[in-house]
Write a protein that binds this ligand. Structure first.
Ligand code: BGC
Length: 477
């Protein structure tokens, strides 16, 4: 591939202008200059965009060939999609956010005919404490749920959505590599989450569940997307955390433990949140990103997730705002305690402020600034909107660059990309930016973004059904 610097300039200037956000309008030229200087490095240039694309492509290649890479490219061992024969009752567990969900799904001819869900809040001391206690709590929830459904004596196949980076040694083995988002129970790292779950369930001994598969939420989203649209071959989660998976040719996949059974394809969980953890993205890292990392639960990890996901976008904005207040550009140089609190400026604020920009009005921004105890004027509002737009636009671009690279990797003329996650659902223009940028960066490929909700629930039930089918098929061969 040609190096980005060797590309003809006109193409780059065209890309530069296509990705640029609207300039900040301020009567005060000193302030305008200060804000522009402060945000300069957040705006990606066309050359940087092309370089990121190349770097991502190369990290994907290295990862899939088990060479050092920041992308894990994990084999999920799911070689096929639902085929309409899925039948019966399945349990799905969803662990990834602060609420744990237990779901009963009844399928008939692959269609969902019943779904009962219960949510259990996971307290912080469990999320940050000893692993066994966390898994004992999960087993307690499973037992409570099964009892509440009067299914105590029933044997239930189970799909476990465990939305963290893991090394898979089979469909039902997932060794935790590192925690992300709001979890950090050190004693689980390096251990098989399925085994820990089975042990906790056995310690109680009051349910008859059979854990058949462990999966990531992106994988569940791809499976759920495939039910809605057969062209689905990529799935993204743009929520508190972020990740992507896609259908890869099985012959390209080096890491395959156990016997192969003539699989043609397999879903690969990229774990793109860790993209750049080896330094390959350092050329876009700003001081704000460094600060966000320093303030995070697990530092020096999940570089890409910290640029794009719901857990961090608000925090990037907050860090930029604090710097501009210190420089007396915003709020007359006066901060509030709330503004100085890590995590206090949530990504939902970013989405709300973006709504004002998109709707060309000013309803949400003053309300948010009031909530944060800040005194403001019209310039402050305009600057806040500009910061949120700039940070959101960088996230949209980064996600689009990697998605376009995946599209180009697939040998398909038309691909549906299943997407789920709060950021995607509530940000008012992430989707339209993505449509524009993906098209710009993979012009030859036809694609569609499809909201596929609750892959970690419905998708997990379907994966359990696929696992059951494979188990029966392989036991006959
Ligand atoms: C996790 C991924 C997950 C993503 C979305 C990330 O923090 O590492 O495994 O898919 O969040 O939930």
């Amino acid at each position: 591939m040609a190096s980005p610097t060797s590309r003809p300039e006109p193409a780059l200037s065209w890309l530069d202008s296509a990705i640029r956000v609207k300039p900040l309008q301020l009567a005060d030229s000193w302030k305008k200059q200060q804000v522009e200087d402060a945000l300069k490095k957040i705006h990606l240039t066309g050359a940087q965009v092309l370089r990121i694309k190349e770097v991502f492509h190369s990290e994907v290649e290295r990862g899939i060939h088990e060479q050092p890479s920041s992308l894990q490219m994990e084999n999920t061992y799911i070689p096929e999609l639902p085929n309409g024969t899925e039948e019966g009752m399945f349990l799905a567990l969803d662990l990834g956010g602060t609420n744990f969900r237990v779901i009963l799904l009844e399928l008939s001819n692959g269609a969902l005919i019943r779904e009962n869900v219960k949510r259990y809040h996971i307290r912080e001391e469990l999320r940050l404490g000893c692993g066994e206690r966390l898994f004992d709590f999960l087993a307690e929830c499973v037992s409570d749920f099964v009892r509440s459904q009067n299914l105590g004596g029933t044997r239930l196949p189970l799909g476990f959505t465990f939305s963290f980076p893991m090394i898979q040694k089979g469909l039902d083995v997932g060794i935790l590599l590192t925690w992300t988002k709001s979890f950090n129970c050190p004693s689980v790292v390096g251990r098989d989450a399925v085994q820990m779950l089975r042990e906790a369930i056995n310690r109680r001994g009051d349910t008859h569940v059979e854990v058949l598969a462990v999966l990531n939420d992106t994988t569940g989203t791809l499976i759920q997307g495939a039910v809605l649209d057969k062209k689905t071959a990529i799935a993204l989660i743009l929520g508190t955390g972020s990740n992507a998976c896609y259908i890869e040719r099985a012959d390209r996949v080096q890491h395959w433990e156990g016997q192969r059974h003539g699989e043609k394809e397999v879903i690969i969980d990229i774990e793109w949140g860790a993209f750049g953890d080896n330094g390959v993205l350092d050329f876009i890292k700003t001081d704000y990103d460094r600060k966000v990392d320093e303030n995070s639960l697990i530092t020096n990890s999940f570089t890409f997730e910290k640029y794009i996901s719901g857990k961090y976008l608000g925090e990037i904005v907050r860090v930029i705002v604090v710097k501009l207040v210190e420089d007396c550009v915003l709020f007359g140089g006066t901060v509030s305690d709330a503004l100085l609190t890590t995590g206090a400026f949530t990504t939902s604020f970013v989405s709300l402020i973006e709504q004002d920009t998109v709707g060309n009005n000013c309803e949400n921004t003053p309300e948010i600034l009031d909530k944060l105890g800040l005194s403001y004027n019209a310039d402050d509002i305009a600057i806040m909107k500009y910061i949120c737009e700039t940070v959101s636009n960088r996230a949209a671009l980064l996600v689009s660059i990697c998605t376009a690279t995946l599209l180009e990797r697939l040998d398909r003329p038309d691909t549906t990309i299943a997407v789920d996650g709060s950021l995607y659902k509530y940000h008012p223009r992430l989707k339209s930016w993505m449509n524009k940028y993906i098209h710009l960066l993979a012009p030859e490929k036809k694609f569609k973004l499809l909201l596929a909700e609750d892959g970690s629930g419905k998708g997990a039930g379907l994966v359990a059904a696929i696992a059951l089918r494979l188990k029966q098929r392989f036991s006959q061969t």
